[in-house]
Design a protein around this ligand. Structure first.
Ligand SMILES: Nc1ncnc2c1ncn2[C@@H]1O[C@H](COP(=O)(O)OP(=O)(O)OP(=O)(O)O)[C@@H](O)[C@H]1O
Ligand SMILES: [Mg+2]
Length: 258
């Protein structure tokens, strides 16, 4: 397996009213191509900060992050924005959908933004076709023309996944992608993410939910800005009872002081 993301001695310090807050302290890990990894840990431990810095949305204070062979320190803001647009997809708990656009327009927007200057020649028609395919796969075709306030939380989150996938990213990042959903909708979203992962997209998510983390290949546990341990669960097999993985994860989390 090739490493798609290499994180070495990553530190992130926020300075608020002259006080230094060392939120990430020498974090090291590698995300391999095809992996589905989750990050767990207490509230305030630095999970979101970790996701934002490794995905280049936020600058790091020290250390190195290499995405697909490119070190962030060598990239300008503009190159970084290009990398995010073309190679990464994002899903958040607060969904950041544009309120004045319908579901469909929200999904295609970054597809249109990426048309110019892409390695693969694409037209608006191709983007529309891609949006149709994604929406059909995620079962939200009938919401296309709806206002984003007119659809359910689960439908909206599936729309966010479509939007995140419109440029066929190499890596999909999610900060509590099921956080705002009820357990049934969360399960559906996890099924979709599992399928997307099997189809080749590498995924890294932050979650508080044991059921969600138990469906991923590997769990990183972060405390006070440091990875304290990792549990390798392996690829989720349909034949395997989810309860077994959840039990194993729960036991491990107890040992980690969860
Ligand atoms: N933009 C910011 N400016 C200053 N401090 C910040 C900023 N973002 C986060 N922090 C601080 O960094 C620490 C870690 O925050 P972070 O959001 O990464 O935690 P988290 O593990 O995601 O928590 P939760 O589980 O509650 O989402 C907190 O002490 C927080 O106050
Ligand atoms: Mg967070």
């Amino acid at each position: 397996m090739a490493a798609v993301l290499q994180v070495r001695d990553l530190c992130k310090t926020y300075i608020v009213s002259k006080q230094q807050n060392h939120v990430l302290r020498n974090v090291n890990f590698t995300l391999e191509e095809g992996e589905f990894v989750s990050v767990m840990g207490p509230s305030g431990s630095g999970k979101s900060t970790l996701l934002y810095t490794v995905s280049g949305m936020d600058r790091l204070t020290a250390g190195e992050v290499v995405f697909d062979g490119q070190s962030y320190s060598a990239l300008s803001e503009k190159q970084m924005a290009e990398l995010r647009l073309r190679r990464m997809g994002f899903i958040f708990q607060q969904m950041h959908m544009l309120k004045n656009l319908c579901v469909y327009d929200n999904i295609i927007l970054s597809g249109y933004q990426a048309l110019k200057g892409g390695a693969v020649k694409r037209t608006r028609k191709d983007v529309n076709a891609e949006a149709d395919t994604l929406m059909r796969k995620l079962g939200i075709m009938d919401t296309a023309a709806k206002d984003i306030t007119e659809v359910s939380g689960g439908q909206l989150q599936r729309a966010c996944i479509c939007r995140a996938l419109i440029n066929r990213p190499k890596v999909l990042f999610g900060d509590e992608p099921t956080g705002a959903l009820n357990s049934r909708a969360a399960k559906e979203v996890m099924n979709e993410l599992g399928r997307i992962n099997r189809e080749g997209t590498t995924i890294m998510i932050v979650t508080h939910d044991i059921k969600v983390a138990a469906a991923t290949d590997k769990v990183l546990y972060i405390v006070d800005g440091n990875i304290q341990g990792e549990l390798v669960l392996g690829k989720y097999e349909a034949a395997q009872p989810p309860a077994e993985r959840e039990k194993r994860l729960t036991g491990w989390l107890m040992d980690m002081g969860w």
